[in-house]
Design a protein around this ligand. Structure first.
Ligand code: ADP
Ligand code: MG
Length: 664
């Protein structure tokens, strides 16, 4: 008998899922979809192994709960048998005597309490017959429902090689129906989730953990129940079934199945590997004994934190005692009565394999995760998939997201941090520039005010001193004094006009000019000592642009003069003009003394000078600043005055945007 896997066996509690991908990593069939940062089980692809529930540290995966249905059944007045799986001694180690456990189950209201292990005895004999029959070509055990779902969904070609034998649970159900009649309801109690979807012949399936919950709800305490034995038929060696090699050992109690006829594999990785080798023809004429868990004793329906070897030992002890006390004749009689019941089981293929997307599509997805060649495929498994290609396929199928790739996400994060740092730096320098321009704006206002006030009286002084000069006789001694007044007044006027420039009170008078020729001209118009070499270069496709040539000439000559003055012992003055369709860049570099760090933000302050009185006015750079601002340009200064940090020198970079005709 076969049936579709319809019941949703595992659910996700969304608030708890922290998307660590552990469930996906542990899922042997990748039946987990990561969507919007949530890991959801895809029921169609699930084989019910319960690994995801076992490994989720957040308790975000929960299994189908059947406790309420069983309570309902117990209230129905029907005859109900509890069939407990042979792994129970491994689970209930806290209950000293199995008879107490049986008493507790009876107290819940079950009519009978049976051991599935007798079903295992009957099934094991069937396997033994099959393996020893002539023409035996090898097959796969079908007692683990997760394994049968795995074969049916993912290796449908092997379905015909699944042993067509009912599981011990189903065999026991049929035996009990034969013994008590078909009206009997059967509730299976075991370590397994997949059993909940295995067979329609069993009325309900609960796990050991659910059984504990039922005891808790009904407040059934071990010390308060009447110890009681199982109901017949009693089991023999079938009780060893739940540990690895169980069915083989159960079948082989007379030790006449040679070991080399059986290949045993358990656990989520091993069983898959064994199926693969079997399918590829490396294992021939052998019986493949497969368990999805590491023995049923470690099933997902057992209490968490169980120790495998302690549990194996508990089963061993139980079986030894059982076999010591076994009524051999009674057991033989039961076997004689039930070994001929129908033990057949059919399995049908239900192919759930993906069609693999074409290579180009996979490559495209890989590229979105920054994987351009095989060396970028780290196959680190952090995403939950075994390889980058598998991850990419899952993305194409809508089951995964690119963000699951840890190396890619880390790289993206690094980029973001870098971008943030860059923005931060930009912000800091913008802040600095703002502070500077605010300061200069205030000074500009003040200077403009003073300059304006001084301009007129200075004009009057110049005019009257010139008149007096004209009127004075050649030999008049006053004439010399008047000459000084005229000169100093002219100097004051120069300073005042510098201040006015700084305060941006002037207009820009745009004229079309060839900046290369213009710059050359600026170099020619300054005085260059012999110990300074000039290096003029340019790289500009369209040198003709619009500038206020008078003002820009002041900018260039002032910068060039400053550079020359910074190289009293000689050096190199480099001037470069670059540009594109948007802007013109002038770079004036010297190998001079450099500007000490502490002077950097004073440079554009009027009257700041380090030169001796009479030589420097400290108005050159403020003037440049005003002119460049009027051209909507910017000034950048880089300088090193510390020999320990390398060659000293300074570069002033002036960037002037090209003006379109409409902007003038
Ligand atoms: P001045 O040249 O009259 O001193 P500036 O405004 O042109 O006034 O320059 C102000 C100060 O900036 C100078 O005194 C000097 O200390 C410094 N400076 C300007 N350009 C350079 C340069 N190329 N190398 C070193 N220091 C410079
Ligand atoms: Mg100067």
């Amino acid at each position: 008998m076969s049936q579709s896997f319809r019941r949703q066996l595992v659910y996700t509690i969304k608030d708890r899922c922290r998307v660590c991908y552990t469930c996906l990593r542990e899922c042997p069939v990748k039946a987990i979809k990561i969507i919007n940062g949530q890991a959801e089980v895809i029921n169609d692809r699930c084989i019910g192994c319960g690994n995801c529930v076992k490994v989720c540290s957040q308790g975000a995966k929960i299994s189908l709960r059947s406790v309420d249905e069983v309570f309902q059944l117990l209230h129905s007045g029907e005859q109900i048998a509890a069939c407990i799986a042979p792994s129970f001694p491994a689970e209930f180690t806290d209950i000293t005597d199995y008879k107490i456990l049986v008493g507790m189950i009876r107290k819940l209201g079950f009519t009978y309490v049976n051991e599935v292990a007798f079903g295992a005895d009957v099934v094991a004999e069937e396997y033994e017959k099959r393996i020893k029959s002539s023409g035996y070509i090898g097959d796969i055990s079908s007692d683990c429902p997760a394994v049968t779902y795995f074969i049916r969904h993912y290796h449908p070609e092997l379905v015909s090689l699944l042993a067509p034998i009912a599981s011990p649970m189903v065999a026991m159900t049929r035996i009990l129906h034969k013994k008590h009649g078909n009206h009997l309801k059967v509730v299976f109690i075991g370590p397994c989730f997949a059993k909940k979807a295995e067979s329609g012949e069993v009325d309900e399936v609960i796990t050991y953990r659910e059984l504990r919950e039922m005891f808790y709800i009904r407040n059934i305490q071990p010390q308060e129940v009447e110890p009681s034995g199982f109901d017949p038929p009693y089991s023999g060696r079938g009780a060893i079934f739940p540990v690895t090699r169980g069915l083989y050992q159960t079948a082989n109690y007379r030790e006449d199945i040679p070991e080399e006829k059986v290949v045993i594999a358990d656990g989520r990785i091993n069983f898959k590997e064994a199926v693969k080798e079997f399918e590829e023809g490396f294992i021939r004429n052998k019986h493949l004994e497969l368990l999805c868990c590491e023995g049923c004793i470690m099933g997902p329906g057992t209490s968490p934190g169980g120790r495998k070897y302690a549990r194996t030992a508990a089963i061993g002890e139980y079986v030894r005692e059982k076999l010591n006390n076994l009524d051999q004749d009674g057991w033989q009689a039961d076997m004689a009565e039930y070994r001929n019941i129908d033990l057949s089981q059919n399995f049908s293929p239900e192919d759930r394999r993906f069609t693999i997307p074409d290579e180009d599509t996979i490559l495209e997805v890989l590229e979105t995760m920054g994987k351009f060649s095989a060396k970028d495929h780290l196959n680190c498994g952090a995403c939950g998939y075994d390889s980058c290609v598998e991850h990419a396929i899952a993305i194409v199928k809508g089951l995964a997201e690119t963000e699951m790739c840890l190396p890619y996400t880390i790289e993206k994060l690094h980029d973001s941090i870098e971008n943030l740092n860059i923005s931060n730096d930009k912000l800091a320098s913008a802040k600095q520039a703002l502070k500077q321009s605010e300061k200069l704006a205030h000074m500009g206002q003040l200077s403009a005010g003073i300059a304006h006030e001084l301009n007129n009286p200075l004009g009057v002084i110049t005019m009257y001193s010139n008149i007096l000069m004209d009127e004075a006789k050649e030999e008049d001694p006053v004439r010399e004094d008047l000459q000084i007044i005229v000169e100093q007044a002219a100097r004051c006027k120069k300073i005042v006009s510098g201040l006015l420039n700084f305060a941006r009170k002037n207009q820009v008078n745009y004229t079309e000019t060839d900046v290369v020729k213009f710059t050359e001209h600026s170099i020619n118009s300054i005085i260059k000592p012999d110990n300074i070499s000039i290096n003029f270069t340019h790289n500009i496709d369209e040198p003709v642009t619009k500038l206020d040539i008078e003002q820009m000439m002041q900018v260039l000559t002032n910068l060039e003069k400053n550079a020359v003055e910074a190289m009293p012992n000689g050096g190199e003055l480099k001037i470069r003009v670059e540009g594109d369709q948007d802007e013109i860049v002038f770079k004036i570099t010297d190998t001079g003394t450099g500007i000490p760090k502490e002077n950097m933000d004073k440079l554009f302050t009027p009257f700041f000078t380090t030169k001796e009185i009479g030589k420097g006015t400290g108005l050159g750079l403020p003037l440049i600043y005003g002119i460049v601002k009027m051209h909507k340009g910017k000034i950048q200064v880089t300088s090193n005055a510390d020999l320990r940090k390398g060659a000293t020198g300074t570069t002033f970079k002036i960037t002037i945007p090209r003006v379109r005709n409409t902007e003038q």
